[in-house]
Design a protein around this ligand. Structure first.
Ligand code: SF4
Ligand code: SF4
Ligand code: FES
Length: 507
């Protein structure tokens, strides 16, 4: 296998490899701005310069050796950009020599010539590589005596607020636009000192992946309008999770403030699901986690404790003969399996289903036309619901259309159900309802019981994405108020109605 030496550490590689990544794999950090592993290499920031050498050869082609018999290395007279330089067998890379360190310092001085001293008011502070590298390689004084270059502010997006005076022209944003979002409305214009990132004159960028441009901008030149000035990032807790706004299941990081509110969602790398990206729809839809939350169980709109809620719901279930149930594809696999067993063994009904959206009925597992990630299925766990056997002979939509066929409806609600006026209106046609909901609903005042349940970031479990991939996730915040997990409520109901614990609880 071919091998290179990076700072005296041998690194083997296969196929087409990148020196920055090879160095990272052995714990050597090569500073860089324009290089991004998912984009084409542009080699324009020059921060990644390193010394590159190859074993020297004699005229006859044999290896040239010193008096100790060690192979001599012949270094190129000029430094090379490590993002651009292909590694070849026997190559020697030096990343920490005086020549390299001085070059990094001069590149920083060049990049900072026009960069404003904005850190105290910049949203990128705390996550800014320019700030980090400036700390490591910056000069304490600037030799730049001229006026710094400034741009007229043009709002070219509803998602991004530009601060282009901070731009260091790494070109990541416009490469992302072309190569990943497949959109040609945003690019570099002009040349030299006047170079400016811009949308087409008089137009706005409209693609659904603009937040990623903010993520990959190494400085605060592109800020997310939604998050701008909301919080310093070091005041937030950052936890790994999954996006729940469609069936793709993008891996993300939730940023939570001290009041347990979600303030931001950013993508997290997963080669098999979303690479480094997420869509703006999923990124900006997080507010439902924070608003209109149901924090107490209620009966006819009056707050009650969990025991009373179980008592009331159990009495109603026992006195009903034609029970229907609607599951939510926004619940975990564990919750769905508990509901399925409950319907079979306690409710004694086959009238249970989760399909309230056309894509679920057609089992459509495609990405939406024109999208990179966003799936047709707006639910994060339709495949899990299918796998749990929650598809009945009629769909949940059909159940909702025939209120007279059931004398009691149990429904697990979610953000999409509560936001959908048609579904909520259909629910209003049922006389007797028992609801499980993370949100306050317009039907709580007349429901036999509405159980408060946690949202998906307030519990741990498994979601199955549109490609059938099971993804585990962990609880990020404690459930709001009195909220109780659906399987726990079902266990208590089962015990109350049958005197036995639900199957699978080990009792
Ligand atoms: S706006 Fe940001 S990502 Fe785009 S070129 Fe400037 S520094 Fe790079
Ligand atoms: S594609 Fe789907 S899962 Fe991914 S970020 Fe968008 S809405 Fe969320
Ligand atoms: S990272 Fe290599 S030139 Fe920018």
């Amino acid at each position: 296998m071919p091998e290179i030496i990076i700072d005296d550490i041998p690194v083997q590689f296969t196929g087409k490899a990148n020196i920055i990544e090879l160095a990272k794999s052995v714990g050597v950090d090569i500073p860089h701005f324009c290089y991004h592993p998912a984009l084409s290499v542009s080699g324009n920031c020059r921060m990644c310069m390193v010394e590159v050498g190859m074993p020297a050869k004699e005229k006859d082609g044999s290896l040239s050796k010193d008096e100790n018999g060690k192979v001599k290395i012949s270094f190129m007279p000029k430094l090379q950009p490590s993002c651009y330089q292909d590694p070849t067998d026997g190559m020697v890379i030096r990343t920490k020599t005086e020549k390299v360190i001085q070059t990094r310092k001069h590149i920083m001085e060049f990049l900072l010539a026009n960069h404003p001293l904005d850190c105290p008011i910049c949203d990128q502070a705390g996550e800014c590589v320019l700030q980090d590298y400036s700390f490591q390689y910056g000069f304490s004084k600037s030799q730049f005596l001229d006026q710094k270059r400034t741009f007229k502010k043009t709002l070219f997006s509803d998602v991004i607020t530009p601060e282009l005076n901070r731009c260091i022209h790494c070109d990541r944003c416009s490469r992302f636009t072309k190569e990943i979002a497949h959109d040609y409305s945003f690019t570099r214009t002009w040349r030299g000192n006047k170079t400016e990132l811009s949308a087409l004159p008089g137009e706005k960028i409209t693609h659904n992946y603009q937040g990623n441009m903010v993520d990959i901008c190494p400085v605060g030149a592109l800020t997310l309008t939604d998050f701008r000035f909301k919080s310093r990032v070091w005041f937030l807790k950052h936890s790994e999770g999954l996006c729940t706004s469609c069936g793709k299941g993008c891996n993300v990081v939730y940023s939570i403030d001290k009041q347990n509110k979600v303030l931001r969602i950013k993508p997290r790398f997963n080669a098999a699901v979303n690479s480094y990206w997420m869509c703006d729809y999923g990124r900006l839809r997080y507010k439902f986690f924070n608003e209109n939350r149901k924090i107490a169980h209620t009966s006819s709109g009056t707050e009650i404790d969990l025991n009373t809620a179980i008592e009331k719901a159990a009495t109603m279930i026992k006195s009903s003969t034609r029970i229907a149930a609607i599951a939510s594809a926004n619940e975990t696999l564990e919750s769905m399996q508990a509901l399925k067993d409950f319907a079979e063994n306690i409710l004694k009904t086959e009238n249970i289903d989760y399909r309230v959206h056309s894509s679920q009925i057609e089992n459509n597992t495609d990405i939406k036309t024109g999208e990179v990630l966003l799936a047709n299925d707006p639910y994060p766990n339709s495949q899990g619901a299918k796998k749990s056997g929650l598809s009945g002979s009629v769909t949940a939509l059909d159940i909702l259309k025939n209120p007279l066929q059931a004398d009691l409806l149990l429904a697990v609600l979610d953000d999409k159900f509560v936001e959908n006026p048609d579904l909520m209106e259909a629910l209003g046609k049922f006389d007797k309802i028992i609801l499980f909901s993370p949100f306050v609903t317009v039907h709580d005042h007349r429901a036999v019981v509405t159980f408060a349940i946690p949202s998906l970031i307030e519990q741990s479990g498994i979601l199955v994405n549109i490609n059938g991939m099971e993804q585990k996730f962990q609880k990020i915040i404690t459930p709001a108020g009195e909220a109780v997990l659906v399987p726990d409520i079902i266990n208590r109901l089962t015990l109350k109605i049958s005197g036995k614990m639900a199957a699978g609880t080990g009792a």
